[in-house]
Structure formats: structure tokens, C-alpha cells
Design a protein around this ligand. Sequence first.
Ligand code: G3H
Ligand code: 13P
Ligand code: NA
Ligand code: ZN
Length: 328
Amino acid sequence: PLVSLRQLLDHAAENGYGLPAFNVNNLEQVRAIMAAADETKSPVILQASAGARKYAGDAFLRHMIQGAIETYPTIPIVMHLDHGAAPPVCFSAIENGFTSVMMDGSLQADGKSVADYEYNVDVTRTVVDSAHAQGVSVEGELGVLGSLETMKGDKEDGHGAEGTMTREQLLTDVDQAADFVAKTQVDALAIAIGTSHGAYKFTKRPTGEVLAISRIKEIHARIPNTHLVMHGSSSVPQELLAEIRQYGGELKETYGVPVEEIQEGIKHGVRKVNIDTDLRLAMTAAIRRVMFVNKGEFDPRKYLSEGIKAMTKVCVARFEAFGTAGQA
Ligand code: G3H
Ligand code: 13P
Ligand code: NA
Ligand code: ZN
């Protein structure tokens, strides 16, 4: 059945596990995630960005997710808007059947520059008022995402300045987080703790801790009833990078967030873990392999099926690692 984000995150908090939130744009991603959820008996968060809504179209997205609900009637599914840039974007998502929306007021509506705190409170509160009246959950975001290795804000998502930032600028402030939640009443809060979007998170293989786990603990201690969200949580598996390179792809050396650090976050209030890049890498690696190995292949179902299998494998691993498996 279709459920709200709040329902799933409350259950995750009560039972001490986390949920991956996978980005979807097409049928293959929806099928891959649902196959993994079915295999592991996991509840599911499917999230669509503005780019996904443009690519697939709201009606196709809605009906693909309806297809998932009909095919797997026992699995709870959330249809979530990822990074809504302004209240009208969130409202149109709600009209199109989303059961949860992210109002990302950490950035101005153009997605390019960091917003004032007062602006963020204002737009987020506006969305919460309307969404809650309709039984829809809201995720907010406070802070500037960026890597604590490179000290650069997250440019891919429009978060960052070109220059380097200080560690404190790249971490969500604890007092401000408490004030933000009190003023907006969001169901879930995305925090800046050292993650960034995309494949290029860390230039060196992580040896010690790459995230600010201590900040997660401090925020969770201050607002224990708020579900925390980690964006930019792809682990960028080295074997997928190797496969892409083996079959003609050119990707620079790069590292993602170690799964063990996400597990540490889950022990301290992280309930929603956003993953997009890892599924992109899995799909790309599989398609490159089939295209390379079988040069005569031209039935898209053949290489897309391999892509689905590769994405399902990643999803199964995350459902198991985050403790989601067995919770549906
Ligand atoms: O946060 C961004 C997600 O990875 C979605 O990416 O905006 O290219 O669809 P997108
Ligand atoms: P990744 O790029 O690490 O997969 O993060 C995705 C994300 O945060 C979507 O909101
Ligand atoms: Na931000
Ligand atoms: Zn994100």
C-alpha cells in the first residue's frame, strides 16, 4: 500500500533501523528496487526529483508507482518528492499523488545559492501547514552539504561556493536545528554532516571517519523525536567503477560514503538514507558490459534486464545493511 513517510520513519525509529530512499526516473529503477524489497521483505521509499518529474512526466511516475503497489500489495511504499525547490513545486507534487515532499529551503529557489535561515523557515512552514492538512509528510533541509575532505560545498546540487569553506560552515548547527524543527514542525530533517551529492565525494580511499558522526549524535540528542536524513549517501562501489572502466567507460578515481558510517548514523537517529548515484553506476556498468561482450545485441530488454539485476543487487545490500530487511 501507499503510505506516508512519517509512518515508515516512526516504525524505523521504534525498531532502530534505517531506510534507503532510492531515486527513480524510469521503469527499470522501479522494478529493480521493488524486486529487492520483495526479496528482502523491506518497506520502500521511492523518490523523484524535479529532473525525474521532467524526464518521466508526473502521470508516468504516478502510474509506475501504482504498478509497484498493485504488483506488491503487502509492501509499504512512500512516493516522495526529492529536493522540492519552492512551495509550488511541493504543492504540484501533492496534487500528483506524492505522499511525502521535501521542501529544500536550504537553497534559494534558483537552486544556486545558499538561502537565509528565515527564508528556509518560512517556505518550509508554508509547505508543512498545507501538507499536514492533507496527510502528507514533509522533509526539510538545514545546512550546506559538502565534503569535509575537500572542504568544498556541494556544487552539483547548487549548494556550494567555488572556494573552500570552514568545517563549521559544512555542518548543521545543533541549536539552529532545534529551532528549525520547533518552528516548522517538519517530519524529517536533512542535515549537513560531510556528505555531498554525486559520484565525486572523496578523492582518497577513506581510512578514518569521513562523516561528522559526533554532529549526528549531538543533533539526535537535542531533537530525539526528529527523524534525520542523510543525502549524498552513495557508497560508490569500487567494483562498479572497475566494471565501467573495463568496458570502455572513463571515470576518475573517487570514493563514496562507507556503509559502516551510515550504519553508525542509523544508531544515532538517521532514518532516511538517500541513494541515487550507486544505482546509476550499477545500471551503467551492466549496460556497458552487455554492449561490449555481445556486440550484436540490439534488443534493449536484454541489456536493461542486466541493468535491473545489477541495481537490485545494490538495493538488496543496502536493505540488509541498514536493517530494513524483514520490516515489511
Ligand atoms: O539530489 C539529487 C538526486 O541525485 C537527483 O538527481 O536532480 O539529477 O534527478 P537529479
Ligand atoms: P547520491 O548522489 O550520493 O546517490 O545522493 C543522492 C541524494 O542525496 C538524492 O537526494
Ligand atoms: Na543544503
Ligand atoms: Zn539529495
